[in-house]
Design a protein around this ligand. Structure first.
Ligand code: HEM
Length: 484
């Protein structure tokens, strides 16, 4: 077993930098390779090691595939990175279809892609501290080394996303110490624990296999699993600029509930699976600790979606016990769960789709909101022409099995957990798939007659996106010095 090395890992993998409320993400192109190498070598990139005093700023860095090439990493090495990272988020029609990036989400209309840039530089600062930090980073050497392609400005982090819901609540717990073998994680009950190899390369993942990672011949000081593991302690970073139509969202809800504020809030909560303050609709087995909204719940007691709709955003994004068949115990239950299958002999027709085991599809989210805030009341009464949304960021070791699976099978698909004709109520692009509608939203009820909302407008539009690789710090030094 290889120990996880926090000194070698970038801080963002372990911490959300939530206290550093200000953030700016820069997409950079290398203008002068030697100057860029020298700058990289000295760059104060934050590690994941615990500091004795809390830092007042943090700098993180990630590369596009083009970026690795710009630092002269040989084709042999670059080719070992994962296929989606190499081809890019918006470069293939089949990928765009799978991710729901069609119609108004089409990459043709995006403002930026990872292929436009070599580097994603992420700056974090305390309130009113970002400007000084930015000035210290963007010195004369920086300007010689890089050309700025895009500067993505964020809204100071308030823990609330633009529709008005508390965000950043549910995160997987990473078993950094590898205290329990992955075979014991949530096979029979839901566990929030995931193996480090689900997030960082070169470590055991939930299959108890080393997450695939590129290696090099030369000694870069990053020995791991008996090889020079260039990916060790690094992660793939998914970034999507998601514009949110906040007036459209609240005006739709207001109309659907005939201007009744209480019903409007309830319908919004049903779409998300949590109330705006973060309280989950599922309140079974919750413990509210440290004043944070509860996250210790499953959908076991709500198999028909009467409390939390089957299609609610958080239920789609992480069905938790979705893979565990009710009523079966012992070896059958374990086997079905382990293989990622379950069948639910429920009363509703058509409820036999298979939901794969959730622990293989967890995401570490690190997003930040952008644009001015707008309350639901203002959104309804005044509307707004200003743009706002989310820089959705997630980290994972396997882009296809984690981000793309969740985005495709659970968010963009019109079929989920027995539902048909509806994609994610927040994210769906509402375009029919194979002739079948995706714009509905169903609220299951105890009476058995569901409440159905048809023809939801599109609330979220993709404005840019890319796949990046965030290396460990030893690998970063290798990229800055040794690569050729
Ligand atoms: C503008 C776009 C989005 C909005 C407004 C949004 C909003 C939210 C909110 C309010 C929560 C509940 C709070 C929390 O647990 O942190 C949540 C949870 C979550 N979202 Fe999103 N989200 C968006 C995009 C996405 C995307 C693109 C994905 C993945 C492809 C995603 C995956 C998740 C996951 C995994 C959770 C945690 C679910 C759980 O474990 O209970 N979200 N989101």
């Amino acid at each position: 077993m290889t120990k996880v090395d926090f000194d070698d890992m970038q801080g963002l993998v372990r911490f959300g930098h939530g206290r550093l409320v200000e953030a700016e993400f820069l997409l950079l192109k290398v203008a002068d390779r030697n100057a860029a190498r020298a700058w990289l070598f000295d760059a104060p990139i934050a590690s994941a090691a615990t500091q004795s005093t809390l830092p007042d700023s943090a700098l993180q860095i990630a590369f596009s595939a083009e970026g690795l090439r710009a630092f002269d990493l040989s084709d042999d090495i670059v080719a070992q990175f994962s296929q989606p990272f190499l081809s890019g988020m918006g470069a293939e029609n089949s990928r765009s279809r799978r991710l729901g990036d069609t119609g108004t989400n089409d990459p043709e209309g995006w403002r930026w892609k990872e292929a436009d840039a070599h580097i994603l530089l992420m700056l974090y600062g305390e309130r009113d501290g970002l400007e000084a930090f930015r000035a210290s980073i963007k010195d004369a050497r920086f300007h010689k080394a890089f050309e700025t392609v895009q500067s993505l400005q964020t809204q100071p982090n308030s823990g609330v996303e633009p529709f008005g819901f508390a965000d950043g609540i549910s995160e997987p717990k990473i078993d950094w110490e590898q205290s329990r073998p992955p075979s014991k994680h949530g096979r029979e009950t839901y566990s929030n624990l995931i193996a480090p190899g689900e997030v960082i390369l070169g470590h055991p993942n939930e299959y108890d296999e080393i997450s695939p990672s590129p290696s090099v011949e030369t000694d870069g000081g990053f020995e791991n699993a008996d090889r020079h593991d260039l990916g060790a302690n690094g992660t793939y970073l998914v970034l999507r600029q998601l514009q949110q139509d906040v007036p459209g969202f609240w005006q739709f809800l207001d109309l659907a509930t005939e201007g009744d504020a209480e019903r409007r809030e309830n319908l919004a909560a049903k779409m998300v699976g949590r109330h705006r303050d973060g309280t989950p609709l599922m309140n079974n087995r919750c413990d509210i600790s440290g004043g944070r909204p509860a996250n210790n719940f499953t959908y076991d007691d709500d198999i028909n979606g009467v409390v939390c709709p089957l299609g609610a955003h958080i239920r789609r994004a992480n069905p938790r016990t979705g893979d565990i068949p009710p009523g079966n115990n012992g070896i059958l239950r374990w086997l079905l769960s382990t293989l990622g299958f379950r069948r639910r002999p429920d009363k509703l027709p058509g409820r036999h789709d298979l939901v794969a085991s959730t622990r293989f599809h967890r995401l570490v989210r690190r997003g930040r909101a952008y644009g001015p805030q707008l309350s639901p009341e203002e959104a309804i009464s005044k509307g707004s022409d200003e743009e706002r949304g989310l820089f959705f960021i997630c980290l994972c070791a396997d882009i296809v099995r984690q981000f793309e699976f969740v985005q495709n099978a659970w968010m963009a698909s019109g079929r989920f957990d027995g539902l048909t004709g509806e994609a994610d109520p927040l994210l769906g692009n509402r375009a029919p798939i194979g002739g079948a509608a995706t714009g509905g939203f169903t609220i299951q009820t105890a009476r058995g007659v569901p409440e159905h909302h048809a023809n939801l407008p599109q609330f979220v539009t993709v404005k840019g996106g890319g796949y990046f690789f965030m290396p460990g710090l030893k690998a970063l030094r290798y990229i800055a010095t040794t690569a050729s």
